[in-house]
Design a protein around this ligand. Structure first.
Ligand code: KG4
Ligand code: ZN
Length: 335
C-alpha cells in the first residue's frame, strides 16, 4: 500500500511517499527559514504563499524520487491541524485534488500525532502503552497513549512552547532564527552548571510546564551582565538555559511514566533534535528503568513521512476524511 503524505502546517513544505505504513520511499522538505528570518518569526501570510509556490514542484519530485506516479497511490494523508490556517489550507486543497483525481481515499492527520508516529517509522509498529513527550515550536505536552490512536493529555505548557523558548533566548543571544539548533550547538562548548536558572514547576504536583520565568531570568541575567560592562559568557548562558529546560522535561516525563505505570517513553517534535535532551532522557530514563525511543533528528522536525505513517494506519482501519474536510488551527489529539 502506497500512501502520499503532505505537510504544510507551518514553515516547512513537505511531501513524502511511504509504503506499507512505515517504509519511506521519499521524504522531501522545502524550508522557508530564509523568508522569515528578517521578521524574527514565522509570518503566516508569507508561509502560505511559499507553500503555494513550492508544493506542486515538490510533489512531482517526491513521486519521481519514489519512482511512482499518481496512479500508484492507495491513499493521501494531509495535516489537518494544528497549525497556521492559511498554510494548512494549501496542503489540504492539494491533497483533496489528488485524492479526487486519483480516486483514492483522503485522511486528515493531526500534526502532533505525526510527531509521535515519527518513532514508529524507525523503531517498528506501535506497542502501547506509552508516555509521549511532544516538544516543538508550538507545543509542549505530555500525553498518555493507552492504545493506538488514543490520547490522554497529562500536562502542557501554561505559556510558551519549549521550541519558542529556545528561539526567543537564541534571539536574545543574537543567534538568529530559528535559534534552537544554533543555541544547541553553542551550548556544547558551555558549562551547564555555570549559571543556576530557575526550574519552573519542576516540583509542582501537576505535569504542566511553564517557560516564561526561565526566559525572564535569562533576560535579567543578560541585562545585568551588560550593565556591569562584562562580556557575556555565551556558551555558558546557552548551556545553563538548555539544562534548565531539559531538567524539567526529563523529570516530568519520568514522573508521568511512573504515575501511569508505563515503561516506554516516546519523544517527538523539533526540540527532540536537541542533543542534550536526547542524552539526558536516555540516561535518566534508563536509570529509571524506562525504554526511551526518539526519532532520528531529521524525523523530529516537521516532515511528511510522519503524516503519511499516521494516515496509512488510520486508512487501514477504514477511516476516511470527506472532501469537505477543513483546516483546524486548534485541532486536538483524539481522546
Ligand atoms: O516540530 P517542529 O519542526 O515545528 C513545529 O511543529 O513547531 O519544531 C520546531 C522547533 C523550533 O522552535 C526549533 O528552534 C526547535 O524546534 N529545534 C530545536 C533544535 N532543533 C529544532 N530546539 C533545540 N535544540 C535543537 N537542536
Ligand atoms: Zn511540528
Amino acid at each position: 500500500m502506497i500512501t502520499l503524505g503532505i505537510e504544510t502546517s507551518c514553515d516547512e513544505t513537505a511531501v513524502a511517499v511511504i509504503e506499507d505504513g512505515f517504509t519511506v520511499r521519499s521524504n522531501l522538505i522545502a524550508r522557508q527559514e530564509h523568508l522569515h528570518e528578517r521578521f524574527g518569526g514565522v509570518v503566516p501570510e508569507v508561509a502560505a504563499r511559499a507553500h503555494v509556490e513550492t508544493l506542486n514542484p515538490l510533489l512531482e519530485r517526491a513521486l519521481a524520487h519514489a519512482g511512482i506516479g499518481f496512479d500508484d497511490l492507495d491513499g493521501v494523508a494531509v495535516t489537518a491541524g494544528p497549525g497556521l490556517v492559511g498554510a494548512l489550507l494549501v496542503g489540504i486543497a492539494a491533497a483533496k485534488a489528488i485524492a479526487l483525481a486519483a480516486r483514492v481515499p483522503l485522511i486528515g492527520v493531526n500534526h502532533l500525532e505525526g510527531h509521535i508516529w515519527a518513532n514508529f517509522i524507525e523503531h517498528g509498529p506501535p506497542r502501547p502503552p506509552y508516555i509521549a513527550l511532544v516538544v516543538s515550536g508550538g507545543h509542549t505536552m505530555l500525553v498518555h497513549l493507552p492504545e493506538v490512536h488514543r490520547h490522554e493529555l497529562l500536562g502542557q505548557t501554561l505559556d510558551d512552547a519549549a521550541g519558542e523558548a529556545f528561539d526567543k533566548v537564541a534571539r536574545l543571544l543574537g543567534l538568529g532564527f530559528p535559534g534552537g539548533p544554533a543555541l544547541n550547538a553553542l551550548a556544547a562548548d558551555g558549562d551547564p552548571d555555570a549559571i543556576r536558572f530557575p526550574r519552573a514547576m519542576e516540583d509542582s504536583d501537576d505535569l504542566d510546564f511553564s517557560m516564561s520565568g526561565l526566559k525572564t531570568a535569562v533576560l535579567r541575567y543578560v541585562r545585568a551582565e551588560q550593565a556591569a560592562g562584562r562580556e557575556l559568557p555565551l556558551p555558558d548562558v546557552a548551556a545553563s538555559f538548555q539544562e534548565a529546560i531539559v531538567d524539567v522535561q526529563v523529570s516530568k516525563t519520568i514522573r508521568a511514566a511512573k504515575e501511569r505505570s508505563v515503561d516506554s517513553v516516546l519523544l517527538g517534535g523539533g526540540v527532540v533534535a536537541n542533543t542534550r535532551l536526547r542524552e539526558r532522557m536516555a540516561e535518566d530514563g534508563a536509570a529509571a528503568g524506562l525504554r526511551v525511543l526518539s526519532p532520528s533528528p531529521d524525523l523530529c522536525t516537521d516532515n511528511a513521512a510522519m503524516i503519511a505513517a499516521v494516515g496509512a494506519a488510520r486508512l487501514a482501519r477504514g477511516e476516511r476524511s470527506m472532501l469537505d474536510t477543513a483546516a483546524d488551527p486548534n485541532l486536538r489529539l483524539a481522546p
